[in-house]
Design a protein around this ligand. Structure first.
Ligand code: SF4
Length: 438
């Protein structure tokens, strides 16, 4: 028996350590003293139950290194079969350094390692090795299509030379480039962005002015909000898409309305290349005792005037779930559903009927169906939007539309039915839960 080759991390959490197995995706918390025995190879001294558990989960293994490698190759083949993807995306961290010290930063363990260590940037040798491996993948038929610059902070002013070298390689391979950045040093990249086309920058602000500056803290203590927003404007001017991310904790939860007002006043909300989303991000360790739940964030967004669908769309975790559900529905089902009544939904192809689902699921599901969703009679959709939904269905290979709810109130129904007929779509209508017309 031995420790798996793919056991990668032993992060300390008080008297425990987190063991992570990269091959099987197993995460286990183990008492520090047991972990020391594992590191020393003294497996026979471990409690029997723990030994069994770690063996079962692959953190300890009776397999040789080459047997584990064979497992890894098998899993890679299965993964490719299941997901059917031969697309490779690249995420490059040119440095672990950052000019910010945000209290919730997940890279804090890096930022605490001292400036000498942080000052390192990716060496030429590593850059060459990455791109020669990528060329190799390309030659084997993989579609290498994008590169994301990620960090800590990838676009520090001092990183420009290394970022340029990487970008030159990306351009040679025709990769789309984007970056996740705190946006503070972007002015120094003005000429670079003219030379190298970036599709998108994800930039974070956490509120207006001081609210942001208390969370997006510059290491020299200077305010960051105005400079970040000036750089958002710069990116938009240069034709780069900006995804503004707002990390929300209990401390800034009630500042969201002010932020949206400020973004509006600056004219960002009218720009096609600008969008924003929220993410519940709480520093559980120091700054805020209670953890903000995704649901609390959605509730706050609704309170300040978003519809449920908009709130979900703007909330990162929910909207990802929505997209997954939508993809699942599209993939598994040829039946799409148009609901007229928010409280009911039926997915026929799954044989599932939801009349009263729990609030959380209701939100996720109703938003998953958002693009094909008609509001109730008091607030019915304009016919143009409704038609667009129909054409979306046609474009997605949907062959049957099911109308559900209090159809009597929807004035454009006949027109929609005629259009379905024209497009060769099968239709059915359900009023108060009973199918009454086909
Ligand atoms: S900007 Fe990002 S990497 Fe830098 S401290 Fe803040 S969260 Fe961490």
């Amino acid at each position: 028996m031995r420790l798996s080759t793919y056991e990668k991390d032993k992060k300390e959490i008080e008297d425990y350590r987190l063991m992570v197995n990269g091959l099987y995706g197993a995460y286990d918390i183990v008492a520090k003293e047991d972990c020391e025995k594992i590191s020393a190879g003294k497996f026979s001294e471990l409690p029997l139950a723990l030994l069994k558990r770690l063996l079962l989960r692959g953190l300890l293994t009776p397999k040789s290194e080459s047997e584990e490698l064979a497992d890894m190759k098998l899993l890679a083949r299965l993964h490719k079969k299941v997901y059917g993807s031969s697309i490779i995306g690249l995420i490059i961290l040119p440095t672990y350094d950052c000019n910010f010290r945000c209290p919730y930063c997940f890279e804090q363990h890096c930022l605490n390692r001292g400036q000498d260590w942080l000052s390192q940037t990716m060496s030429d040798e590593i850059i060459e090795a990455i791109f020669s491996a990528l060329k190799n993948y390309k030659d084997r038929g993989y579609d290498v299509d994008h590169c994301i610059f990620y960090g800590s902070e990838p676009l520090l002013a001092k990183n420009l030379p290394v970022v340029r070298k990487i970008a030159e390689h990306c351009r040679e391979l025709n990769l789309n480039m984007s970056a996740v950045t705190n946006g503070y040093d972007l002015e120094g990249y003005r000429e670079f962005f003219k030379e190298f086309k970036f599709d998108m920058l994800q930039i974070t602000v956490d509120g207006v002015g001081e609210v942001n500056d208390r969370r997006r803290i510059h290491k020299d203590g200077v305010g960051t909000y105005e400079r970040i927003l000036a750089n958002v404007e710069l990116a938009l001017e240069l034709g780069i898409k900006v995804f503004l991310r707002v990390n929300v904790g209990l401390e800034n939860l009630h500042g969201m309305k002010d932020l949206i007002d400020d973004l509006k006043a600056r004219g960002f909300l009218d720009k096609e290349k600008f969008s924003y989303y929220f993410k519940a991000a709480t520093n559980d360790f120091k700054h805020e005792k209670a953890v903000l739940r995704e649901k609390d964030l959605i509730d706050e967004l609704i309170k300040i005037g978003f519809t449920t669908e908009e709130a979900i769309d703007r909330e990162s975790q929910y909207s990802v779930t929505n997209r997954l559900i939508l993809r699942l529905i599209k993939k598994s089902s040829r039946v799409f559903l148009l609901t007229l009544n928010q409280k009911m939904a039926i997915i026929r192809s799954f044989g599932i009927k939801f009349c009263r689902y729990p609030p959380l699921f209701s939100r996720v599901l109703s938003s998953a169906l958002r693009r094909i969703y008609f509001e109730g009679q008091k607030n019915s959709l304009p016919i143009g939007t409704a038609m667009k939904y129909l054409y979306d269905c046609v474009a997605n290979g949907i062959r049957r539309i099911h109308f559900l709810g209090d159809v009597a109130g929807y004035e454009h129904l006949d027109r929609l039915l005629a259009e379905c007929n024209e497009e060769g779509l099968l239709t059915s209508i359900e009023i108060s839960g009973k199918v009454n017309r086909k």
